[in-house]
Write a protein that binds this ligand. Structure first.
Ligand code: SF4
Ligand code: SF4
Length: 411
């Protein structure tokens, strides 16, 4: 018997295995796809922290894949979308015009992985178990572009020009979404998976797990992974000791995860959002709340799956919109418009990405002068920690230093 829960990303109630329950705060992050250079520093930072041991050779809790062809495990999203489509042919549609505060993307009228499973007599969520081969090459199709329809390995004859490129690819950065309604948690027959009440981080109890791999099968994002030598499942732990503030570097304050803190492209911003009545509590000057709920420039990945994922993406501006809409829902056009011509406030908030390892809970903006020859203002954004103390101050215009002549050609 399924319970009824509210999923704000879908703008409606949906079926889920357990009664609605929410943490006080939710671990969340925004990834700006436009800036990623696929250096894989995040992947290696994660691996060298958590998954460097025997039995974890093919385990990448953080991975960066090239879309549209790449995926880890191979074609994970295409396979899931096909399962959903087979269960409910032609039904995966949104009504993007039905928008309101608690339904910022409108209403999803299709089926989620939970509803589709119930419809065809499957277990708790629709899914499949990837083969060993599908986990072996985390970066297959790296930098492989999509050219003209129906032609392989060809550039589009009309070249490339914004707003949408004819020949295109982009990098998709992926970690566990620490979903509000996790597929992995719903799937587990041992109740070994739990969502922490203090920060919404989803963990697997290694003592309870018996390695049935139901979570591997029913996580739609394929972020729960089986370790053959210990015979239990493992997944991203959101660097919970850092988020708890037990790393001495931040003096007891919540700290960003390793993949976020090491990001070379400065594409990642992570934080904790306050939850009230099952939804994000209004917190206008929390950078994540602002980016996701006020400016709506960052969107969930495949929200139609129904797990209410908590990693949000600023979509890549050069990619054909139909592809992006199936991936991020109907908010894509608005998000790209706002990112392409950012408001004064958005431009300031974008400066907060990767400037502090201590989590920013609130920001303030000090207005600056207009930058000559542009429409931009040299505002300064100030970030505050959990306790309200200033931790960072950064301006729109980057400081410019000229190296003195005497140091030229010296090392
Ligand atoms: S470290 Fe940042 S820029 Fe490099 S691959 Fe990861 S997300 Fe992209
Ligand atoms: S992304 Fe997958 S593993 Fe992570 S919480 Fe969601 S369903 Fe579970």
């Amino acid at each position: 018997m399924m319970a009824t829960v509210f999923n704000w990303q879908l703008g409606r109630e949906m079926d889920y295995r357990f009664e609605e329950a929410h943490p006080q705060r939710q671990f969340a992050a925004v990834f700006n796809i436009n800036r990623c250079i696929a250096c894989q520093t995040c992947s290696l930072a994660c691996k060298s922290t958590w998954t460097f041991s025997r039995g974890q050779e093919f385990v990448w809790w953080n991975n960066v894949e090239t879309k549209p062809y790449g995926g880890y495990p191979h074609h994970w999203d295409v396979k899931l979308l096909k399962l959903l489509e087979d269960a409910n042919p032609g039904g995966q549609a949104w009504n993007g015009s039905q928008r309101a505060d608690r339904q910022p993307y409108g209403v999803y009228n299709g089926q989620t992985i939970f509803e589709a499973a119930a419809g065809i007599g499957k277990e708790n969520a629709l899914g499949y178990l990837p083969s060993d081969l599908e986990w072996t090459a985390p970066n297959l199709y790296e930098d492989t572009a999509k050219g003209p329809p129906g032609a392989r390995n060809e550039m589009h004859p009309e070249g490339t020009q914004l707003p949408e490129h004819n020949t295109w690819f982009f990098y998709l950065q992926r970690i566990c979404n620490h979903c509000t309604y996790p597929g992995c948690l719903a799937a587990c027959p041992r109740n070994a998976i739990y969502k922490r009440p203090e920060d919404g981080i989803v963990l697997i109890d290694q003592e309870r797990c018996r390695g049935y791999r139901k979570c591997v099968e029913q996580c739609p994002y394929k972020k729960s992974m089986y370790r053959p030598n210990t015979r239990v499942a493992e997944k991203c732990v959101a660097c919970y000791p850092r988020v708890e503030g037990s790393d001495p570097l931040t003096g007891g304050l919540p700290m960003e995860t390793r993949c976020v803190a090491t990001c070379v492209g400065k594409i990642r911003l992570q934080g904790l959002v306050r939850i009230e009545d099952g939804d994000w509590a209004e917190d206008r000057n929390n950078p994540l709340y602002y980016l996701v709920r006020v400016e709506r420039v960052a969107l969930p990945l495949y929200p139609q799956f129904g797990t209410e994922p908590n990693i949000y993406y600023i979509p890549p501006r050069w990619v054909p919109r139909p592809y992006l809409r199936q991936m991020f829902g109907p908010g894509v056009d608005e998000a790209i418009d706002r990112y392409t011509k950012p408001s004064r406030e958005l431009l300031a908030v974008l400066q907060l990405f990767r400037v502090s390892q201590t989590i920013v809970f609130r920001y303030e903006i000090e207005e600056g002068e207009k930058i000559p020859g542009t429409e931009m203002y040299n505002d300064t954004i100030i970030g505050f920690d959990r306790d309200g103390n200033e931790i960072v101050r950064v301006s729109v215009l980057e400081p410019f230093h000229v190296r003195p002549q005497k140091y030229q050609n010296s090392i």
